[in-house]
Design a protein around this ligand. Structure first.
Ligand SMILES: *Cc1c(COP(=O)(O)O)cnc(C)c1O
Length: 417
C-alpha cells in the first residue's frame, strides 16, 4: 500500500474511500460478492504482464511454458468443478462469452430463443439495444401471468413454431430455478441447442445446493463473480466435447485477443476453492439465508415476485405500493444498504423507476451474516416498504447497519481453510 501511495495519492485516496464504503455498507446486490484474499492477490500478479495469445501448446508468442501449465490447470479444475467435458477459461466476462458463442456457433440469419428481459432474462440475450439483438432473429418466452414462474408450455409452443437454432435459459432477475430437464426435452423435440447462461447461480450449482444444467446443456456460459465468489471479468464457457473446437475458435481467434493470464490464475485458484467442502457449506448458507430474508420480508407484508425465491435472489414487487424501485433503492442506500431497482414481469413503470427491487444473499453470506441477521434485515426493509412514513423505519435500519458492520469482515475466513 505504501508503495502505491508514493506513486499516486489521488488513486490511493479513492481506494481508501472505496474500502470504507464497502466496509460500512451492507450489500444486498444480487450480482455482487467478495472473493477471498488469495483470489484477489492472484489478480494483478506477475502473470498480468504475460502475453499468451492462443491456447496451451499452440501460442502465437514464445515463453508460454508456464502459462500453458497454468491454463491447463484451470481447465482441468473447471471440468472437475462443473462435471463437464470441456472448458474454456479465457473469456473475460459472461457477456463476452455470450457474444463469442453467438458469433462462433450461429449464423446471423439463425433464429434464437431466450427469456424476455422484463421477465428476468439478460441484455446479452438479444435485447434490441445490445449487439446480440442487432445481429440475430430472436423470439422471447417468459413467465406466466398467474404465478410469475417460467411457462414451459409457452417455451414449447414458441419453439415448435420458430424452430430455433438454440434455446437460451438463465437470467439475471428470475428468482426461481430453471428446470433444465424440461428445457432439454423441448430443445430435443425442436432440434435446438440448449444453452444455459449460469452467471447468477454457478456457485450454487458447484456447491451442489441446486441442480446442475449438466448433462442436459450443450453449452454453458457464466461469469465468475456472482454466487461463484470469484474475480470480476473472468467468464467461463463449459460444453460438450463435440462443441469444444468450435467454442475455442469462437473465443480465439474468433472474438478475443490474448487472454489475461493473471485472471486465469485467479480462476484456477477459485476453481480449487469451490471444490472444498466449505464452499458447499457456503452455497447451502446462501440458500438458507435467502429463505430467512424472504420470511422477514413477508412477515413485514412485502410481496415477492413468484411468491418467493429458490435461489440467492429475491425480487420485491412494489407495484401495489405507493413507491418505485428507484425510490426504495435510494432510501435504503441512505441507511447503508445497497440494492438495485429492477423491472418486474408485467411492470407498468419505466425501467428508470422500475416496479421492483432486486436483492440477494450471496455477498452478505460471504461476510458472515447469519440467518437471524438476514431475517431481521428482511423485516426492517419490509417495514420501510409498507410504511407511509418511511423516516422512522430508515432510522431503525441505519442503527441496525451501524451495529452489524462493526468488525464485520468483507470476506469471512470461515469460508476457506
Ligand atoms: C450478470 C450476467 C451476465 C453478465 O456477466 P458479466 O460477467 O458481468 O459480463 C450475463 N448473463 C447473465 C444471465 C447475468 O446475470
Amino acid at each position: 500500500m505504501n508503495n502505491i501511495e508514493n506513486v499516486d495519492s489521488e488513486v490511493t485516496n479513492l481506494l481508501a474511500l472505496e474500502q470504507h464504503r464497502q466496509q460500512s455498507q451492507l450489500s444486498l446486490i444480487a450480482s455482487e460478492n467478495y472473493s477471498s484474499p488469495a483470489i484477489r492477490a492472484f489478480e494483478g500478479s506477475i502473470f498480468a504482464d504475460k502475453n499468451a495469445e492462443g491456447y496451451p501448446g499452440k501460442r502465437c508468442v514464445a515463453g508460454c511454458e508456464i502459462a500453458d501449465r497454468l491454463e491447463n490447470l484451470a481447465i482441468e479444475r473447471a471440468k472437475a468443478a462443473f462435471g463437464c467435458e470441456h472448458a474454456n477459461v479465457q473469456v473475460m466476462s459472461a457477456t463476452i462469452a455470450n457474444i463469442a458463442i453467438l458469433n462462433g456457433l450461429f449464423k446471423s440469419s439463425d433464429q434464437l430463443m431466450a427469456m424476455r428481459l422484463q421477465d428476468g432474462g439478460h441484455l446479452s440475450h438479444g435485447a434490441p439495444f445490445h449487439v446480440s439483438g442487432r445481429s440475430f432473429r430472436w423470439s422471447f418466452y417468459g413467465v406466466s401471468k398467474v404465478d410469475k414462474q417460467l411457462d414451459y408450455d409457452e417455451v414449447r409452443s414458441i419453439a415448435l413454431k420458430v424452430r430455433p437454432a438454440a434455446i437460451v435459459c438463465g437470467g439475471s432477475s428470475y428468482p426461481r430455478l430453471v428446470d433444465y430437464e424440461k428445457m432439454h426435452v423441448i430443445s430435443q423435440e425442436t432440434g435446438a441447442l440448449l444453452w444455459v447462461d449460469l452467471a447468477h447461480t454457478a456457485g450454487l450449482v458447484v456447491g451442489r445446493a441446486i441442480p446442475s444444467p449438466f448433462p442436459y446443456a450443450d453449452v454453458v456460459t457464466t461469469s465468475t463473480h456472482k454466487t461463484l465468489r470469484g474475480p470480476r471479468g473472468g467468464g467461463l464457457i463449459l460444453c460438450k466435447e463435440s462443441l469444444a473446437e468450435k467454442v475455442d475458435r469462437a473465443v480465439f481467434p474468433g472474438f478475443q485477443g490474448a487472454p489475461k493470464m493473471d485472471l486465469i490464475a485467479a480462476r484456477a485458484a477459485l476453481l480449487a476453492e469451490v471444490q472444498q467442502p466449505r464452499f458447499r457449506d457456503y452455497a447451502c448458507s446462501v440458500l438458507t439465508n435467502a429463505k430467512a430474508l424472504e420470511r422477514g420480508l413477508k412477515d413485514a407484508g412485502a410481496e415477492l415476485v413468484s411468491g418467493g425465491s429458490s435461489s440467492h435472489l429475491l425480487l420485491i414487487d412494489l407495484l401495489k405500493c405507493d413507491t418505485t424501485g428507484a425510490e426504495i433503492e435510494k432510501a435504503l442506500l441512505q441507511s447503508g444498504v445497497a440494492t438495485n431497482k429492477n423491472p418486474i414481469p408485467f411492470d407498468t413503470l419505466p425501467p428508470s423507476k422500475a416496479g421492483g427491487l432486486r436483492i440477494g444473499s450471496a455477498a452478505l453470506t460471504t461476510r458472515g451474516f447469519d440467518e437471524a441477521q438476514f431475517f431481521n434485515l428482511g423485516i426492517l426493509i419490509g417495514n420501510i416498504i409498507a410504511s407511509h412514513d418511511k423516516n422512522k423505519g430508515l432510522q431503525t435500519l441505519t442503527a441496525f447497519v451501524r451495529a452489524s458492520v462493526e468488525g464485520l469482515p468483507l470476506f469471512n475466513h470461515k469460508w476457506v481453510s
